[in-house]
Design a protein around this ligand. Structure first.
Ligand code: IMP
Length: 199
């Protein structure tokens, strides 16, 4: 029987990205909805890794499958690493990204380019049926731009600028973003670890 992997997300966009990257793993990949799992998990870890592990372990109690979970966010150096693990709830879950992004731009008003460094971080945890926990991390370095740019992506993408590409991550195609992104890197690294495990 093919090994089952449940990815702890209800986000269909994320699931599409994950299916694309993991497509040649010989496994049945299910979202939480597809696995019929409902869970309300408090992500109160201090690091991305801790939050991903909390999610993966909690869901693993409800299924025999391998459970993958991720946690990601934006670290702005000038803001001491904020919003960081608070990225989704920064200024409140229901506050629009237009407002969140403008707030960060305002906080960095007049801050020179050298001090505008930032990164997206993604940690992925895999809880295996034998209770082993695997983790991986991916990052993408950039700077906070001076205005919102681009219509693609989501969240903080319009203010996250990649100097070597001359554009924000909201201006990249989905394929290019997958290739460069924190999530793409963390997923490809996790894929290698799982290949060793699944054989
Ligand atoms: P999650 O852990 O994947 O749910 O992401 C937490 C939050 O980090 C998101 O709600 C976004 O605010 C931010 N974030 C994570 N990845 C990205 C990205 O690729 N682009 C823009 N924002 C992101």
């Amino acid at each position: 029987m093919r090994q089952k992997i449940v990815f702890a997300t209800e986000n269909e966009g994320k699931m599409r990205e994950i299916r694309l990257i993991l497509k040649d793993l010989d496994v049945e990949l299910l979202s939480l909805r597809e696995a019929g799992i409902q869970a309300d998990i408090v992500e109160d870890g201090k690091t991305f890794e801790e939050n991903a592990a909390i999610k993966a372990r909690e869901i693993a109690r409800l299924t025999d499958a391998i459970v993958l979970a991720d946690d990601s966010g934006l670290e702005v150096d000038f803001l001491g690493g904020e919003p960081g693990v608070h990225s989704a709830r920064y200024m409140g879950y229901d506050t629009s990204y237009c407002i969140k992004n403008q707030h960060i731009l305002d906080l960095l008003k007049d801050v020179p380019k050298k001090q505008r460094t930032a990164r997206f971080v993604c940690a992925i945890a895999a809880a295996l049926p034998d209770k082993t926990l695997l983790t991986s991390r991916g990052t993408i370095e950039g700077i906070i731009g001076y205005e919102e740019r681009g219509e693609g992506g989501f969240g903080y993408d319009p203010i996250f600028f990649l100097p070597e590409y001359g554009c924000s991550t909201a201006e990249l195609s989905m394929e290019k973003k997958n290739e460069l992104s924190h999530r793409g890197k963390a997923l490809r690294s996790m894929k290698e670890k799982l290949e060793e495990y699944i054989g």
